[in-house]
Design a protein around this ligand. Structure first.
Ligand code: NAD
Length: 496
């Protein structure tokens, strides 16, 4: 421990140690070494943070703030994020090892989520309802839920927090953020900006620590009124079970086994770039990773050889350097999980035509690198075709017609995203409609925007983040009735 930097939790806009005074180390995926210490939370720290958020939710500074003023704060936060984008990007890379180039882009773009929901804050309208009763006025109000728990994973900590914070705050809730125990430091840099933007104390708090201890205590805290979660399926199921027991709404953004489907008339160069960016960017650690390449048999040889050619040349190395194209994976556990998936695919009979091992080339140092890996001869029943690897491992499968492509694409429990590559407009639309996925990209891959709903079909999730409707997940409707008649309600029977 010694001289390593320390990152605290945030309660009431104050940076605080954990109540136990304990710390845990966080590692740099490129060096493979601990570089900082993070406050190790416990259920007591969760209680302190949630109590603060609850107090803020009820307190006049936030509860009486107009929706327009909440929008002003969110826009101010967006300005601050934009001004500090470089600092935030560097903070992300240190902990999650993704390319600085990718994190720079993400941090420069992230303010748009705060602006979008900042603008939406005072456009959430109730309604005056047409009444079927004489002299009765009925109207609705959309009211915030209370304290929202925002639980995020390690692959894009600040962006995925923004997808929850922006709509939840615009709606008037308060939030407790729980970052991943592997990437807890960047939120600390961000929280300086939250205080500077002028959010009242307690409106956004942060607890750090493990999922099973701190995350679980947060989801189960009696004052938490909604849970917004991004992460793996196993944790998602546990969280949904807890939310069901407590009768609180939950949004789940989970994993995927997304297909990139290439038809014979596609622009092959463009499609190959899409395949590479779908699976090797961010070392495959994106929920929408295009981890299955579905390619028509007529062009399979050409496409696969071009993908291999490009992937073979990918420069692995220090994620902070501009020339690096593939960085390390974020955690040692993830490295081991990916290597186990590769071993299982080999023994199941898939043919490894590129990579397949931990990368140890010059430039990788002791970092947690996996070689860009490509398997052919993958069949539908192999684990590689069905389970999320969350690493730079591509499974190639061939099809002979559109129906077969759709059938293979949908033959998974997941349904997060898909790519369709064709110049045939009708085919593009047919396939986009038939694929069971929350996002479908045609002749492109892996893009998003605040105004577009994002989420999963099937086991990829529940609810949507992004888009105007996402704010409704953080609001509840109240019907108000006003009886203008002279008589009032009849005793003993319902007034209908
Ligand atoms: P994870 O599920 O292990 O952890 C995610 C978060 O949940 C962490 O903060 C963790 O501490 C917390 N957590 C774990 N167990 C918990 C519990 N029992 N109760 C409460 N909180 C708990 O996921 P990860 O390994 O950090 O991230 C990778 C996963 O996230 C992948 O499956 C990936 O597909 C998914 N992901 C999904 C999206 C999306 O938008 N759909 C985006 C990014 C990542």
């Amino acid at each position: 421990m010694g001289s390593r930097p320390r990152f605290q939790m945030v309660v009431d806009n104050q940076f605080v140690d954990s109540l136990s005074g304990r710390w845990f180390a966080t590692d740099n995926p490129f060096s493979g070494l601990p570089w900082a210490d993070v406050a190790a939370g416990s259920p007591d720290d969760v209680d302190r943070a949630v109590t603060s958020a609850h107090r803020a939710f009820r307190g006049p500074d936030w509860a009486e703030m107009t929706a327009s003023d909440r929008g002003v704060l969110l826009n101010r936060l967006a300005d601050l994020v934009a001004a500090h984008a470089e600092e935030l990007a560097v903070a992300e890379v240190r902990d999650n090892g993704k390319l600085l180039a990718e994190m720079r882009g993400q941090m420069a773009y992230m303010p748009r989520w705060y602006r979008y929901y900042g603008g939406l804050a005072d456009k959430v309208e109730g309604a005056v309802l047409p009444s079927d009763k004489k002299k009765m006025v009925s109207l609705t109000r959309l009211e915030p839920l209370g304290v929202v728990a925002a639980i995020v994973p390690w692959n894009s900590p600040l962006l995925l927090a923004a997808w929850k914070l922006a709509p939840a705050l615009a709606a008037g809730n308060t939030v407790v953020v729980k970052p991943s125990e592997f990437t807890s430091t960047s939120i600390s840099v961000f929280m300086h900006l939250v205080a500077k933007a002028g959010f009242p104390p307690g409106v956004v708090n942060v607890v750090t620590g493990s999922g099973p201890e701190v995350g679980s205590a947060l989801v189960n805290h009696p004052l938490v009124r909604a849970v917004a979660f991004t992460g793996g399926e196993a944790a998602g199921v546990k969280i949904a079970e807890s939310a069901a027991r407590r009768i609180v709404p939950v949004t789940l953004e989970l994993g995927g086994k997304s297909a990139n489907i290439i038809f014979p008339d596609a622009d092959i160069t463009r499609a190959v770039n899409g395949v590479i960016s779908g699976i090797f960017a961010a070392s495959g650690q994106t929920c929408v990773a295009g981890s299955r390449l579905l390619v028509h048999s007529a062009i399979a040889e050409e496409v696969v050889s071009k993908v291999v050619e490009l992937a073979r040349l990918a420069r692995l190395g220090d994620p902070m350097l501009a020339e690096t194209q593939v960085g390390p994976v974020t955690t040692k556990q993830q490295l081991e999980k990916i290597l186990a998936h590769i071993a299982a695919a080999k023994s199941a009979g898939a043919r490894c035509i590129l990579g397949g091992s931990r990368a140890s080339s010059l430039g990788c140092g002791n970092g947690w690198f996996v070689e860009p890996t490509i398997f052919t001869d993958v069949t539908r029943h192999m684990r590689l075709a069905r389970e999320e690897v969350f690493g730079p491992v591509l499974a190639v499968m061939e099809f002979s017609d559109e129906q077969q492509a759709i059938s293979i694409a949908n033959d998974t429990e997941y349904g997060l995203a898909a790519g369709v590559w064709t110049r045939d407009l009708n085919q593009a639309h047919r396939v986009a409609q038939a694929v069971e996925a929350g996002s479908v990209w045609i002749n492109t891959y892996r893009t998003s925007a605040p105004m577009a709903p994002f989420g999963g079909y099937k086991r990829s999730g529940l609810g949507r983040e992004g888009g105007a409707a996402a704010i409704l997940q953080f609001l509840q409707a109240k019907s108000i009735w006003i009886d203008l008649g002279e008589e009032g309600p009849p005793p003993f029977v319902m007034k209908l």
